[in-house]
Write a protein that binds this ligand. Structure first.
Ligand SMILES: [Zn+2]
Length: 261
């Protein structure tokens, strides 16, 4: 069912994604993989995976094995940490680092590598919610649906830092004229718990968590409970299906109305 017809009949839809930050950490991976297989609430959780960082000594063969495994159990996505595996946003270190790449260039290179490896990521999410016009253009070139826009400003971002603001799925008209489909991320686990309690879910919910959340006993227990509750208030759809639906029908918005500082 498409976005528009879903809205017309009032059927709420929900997607769930995970920022897979530490795919080579055995404990984190085992927990994420087990959860993805279980499909709590019937959700095929999209794995937005950070590619192996050769510069940081990460093993790409092992990474690829895990990415293939994730792609069997849900949609696969691309998640970029621009500075280092444990530093998501760009550091602005251009004059100092010889291997510095502009954020868009890094996404283009990583995206090309993922394809060389035989992977077909459906979507993208910028680490630390960072994006800019160049990153967005590269996402459109790669055929991604962008999950970087958020319904609310990331609470920890200092003022003046770039992010993208969008309430519901849309097609973003970029400066080049290309259209970038976007499914904004609407709810963290805490937001989701509050919205379920207050019954204030939007027509399309996109809940996310981090693989590292699964290291925390309380969050690990809470997540399947929340997803089961969510599935009673919204029809579970997966990111790829929703992306295909909005590719034709979502409203168009201008990049200038999405980009924020
Ligand atoms: Zn991240």
């Amino acid at each position: 069912m498409s976005i528009q017809s879903a809205t017309v009949v009032g059927e709420r839809q929900a997607v769930v994604s995970c920022h897979v930050e530490r795919p080579l950490d055995d404990t984190v991976w085992t927990r994420f993989s087990a959860l993805q297989r279980r499909r709590p609430g019937g959700f095929a959780i999209a794995a937005l995976m950070r590619p192996a960082d050769a510069g940081a000594g990460e093993d790409e063969d092992r990474w690829l094995q895990r990415a293939r495994e994730a792609a069997v159990h849900g949609p696969l996505g691309h998640h970029t940490h621009w500075t280092a595996p444990d530093h998501a946003r760009p550091s602005g270190a251009e004059p100092l680092a010889t291997d510095y790449k502009h954020p868009g260039e890094r996404v283009r290179m990583e995206g090309a590598r993922l394809r060389e490896l035989g992977l077909s990521p459906v979507g993208f999410c910028g680490g630390g919610w960072y994006t800019d016009a160049e990153v967005a253009e590269v996402c459109a070139e790669l055929g991604y649906v962008d999950c970087t826009p958020r319904a609310t400003r990331p609470p920890y971002l200092p003022s003046g830092e770039a992010w993208a603001s969008l309430q519901q799925p849309a097609r973003i008209r970029l400066p080049s004229g290309s259209l970038l489909p976007a499914i904004p991320t609407t709810h963290s686990l805490g937001d989701l718990a509050r919205a379920l309690r207050s019954r204030t879910l939007p027509p399309v919910v996109h809940a996310y968590f981090h693989d590292t959340d699964l290291l925390d006993r309380r969050r690990r227990a809470l997540l399947p409970v929340l997803l089961r509750l969510l599935s009673r208030r919204a029809r579970p759809v997966d990111l790829a299906t929703l992306a295909a639906a909005i590719g034709h029908e979502a409203p168009e918005v201008d990049w200038a109305d999405v980009a924020r500082l």
